[in-house]
Design a protein. Structure first.
Length: 276
């Protein structure tokens, strides 16, 4: 097995920590970023120099560039760059605050874009590599109360889908990972917008109550999801979009089927607007 070097944002918990743990166990190197140093001291004590750590808030673009540049300088080569750091807001569009909107965009969309932009010159100079974007089934399907989160994930999926064409000539590939609901603690970490009474008996209110009840159990196995992401590095031609979880497959299949059916119904009117 080829030992690679990975750069992963948001390694303190969830999929970031699980991927890091699995990769180190495989003998690979990981450059990990986290907002609070110390969260991976246990892994650092075991794996030493194979775990490179830096404090980073991905909403700080100058710090993103400096950290990515330093990681490549210190490690010499990075084969896989993983945009994993993320943030989620739950609430109706009119319930969320301006600050929550700005932070959602800055973290999930702009932060991921800037990590990729910082890494691309290095990947191009070294003759190739891979960018893995952690998205969600919510990057293809939507649910009430998730408008801000969906916006950020649909946006970053569009960005990644486009740059794959730009980067292919340089041997740089792109994978968009779309997990379903997975037991990483993300649901508990959701920021809940202050509720408006008007939404109490609507689908938004129902979803809010569902998450707040503490009874929800994610169907996805986080260890298996992390392992599937790690395994993509061994594939010469992985899919552009990697769906993980039966709930992800079901939700995205329904959403895409509905969109395709609606498009098919517009074939004639679409053609009618062509210049004669």
């Amino acid at each position: 097995m080829t030992h690679r070097t990975w750069f992963i944002t948001g390694v303190s918990s969830g999929l970031g920590r699980l991927m890091t743990t699995q990769l180190l166990a495989r003998g690979e190197r990981v450059a990990g970023t986290l907002r609070t140093l110390g969260a991976l001291d246990d892994l650092k004590a075991i794996h030493g120099d194979r775990l490179w750590l830096a404090q980073l808030d991905v909403t700080d673009t100058p710090a993103v560039r400096a950290t990515v540049n330093r990681a490549f300088a210190d490690l010499g080569r990075i084969d896989v760059v993983v945009n994993n750091a993320g943030y989620g807001v739950l609430g109706a569009a009119e319930e969320v605050t301006d600050a929550q909107i700005d932070h959602q965009i800055a973290t999930n969309l702009v932060g991921s874009i800037q990590v990729a932009r910082a890494a691309i010159p290095h990947l191009r100079a070294q003759g190739g590599g891979r960018i893995i974007q952690i998205s969600t089934m919510g990057g293809q399907a939507t649910f009430p109360g998730g408008s801000l989160y969906h916006m950020s994930k649909w946006g970053i999926e569009g960005f990644m889908d486009a740059i794959r064409h730009e980067l292919a000539p340089f041997g740089i590939s792109v994978i968009i990972v779309e997990p379903g609901s997975t037991g990483t603690g993300f649901g508990k970490a959701l920021v809940i917008a202050d509720p408006l009474e008007s939404y109490a008996e609507t689908p938004v209110g129902q979803i809010r109550s569902f998450f707040g009840s503490g009874n929800y159990k994610s169907p996805g196995d986080a260890e298996k999801v992390a392992a599937a992401i790690v395994a993509t590095a061994d594939e010469a031609s992985p899919p552009l979009r990697l769906a993980l979880g039966s709930d992800a497959y079901g939700a995205m299949h329904r959403a895409l089927s509905e969109r395709l059916a609606e498009l098919e119904g517009q074939k004639d009117i679409a053609a009618s607007s062509d210049a004669q």
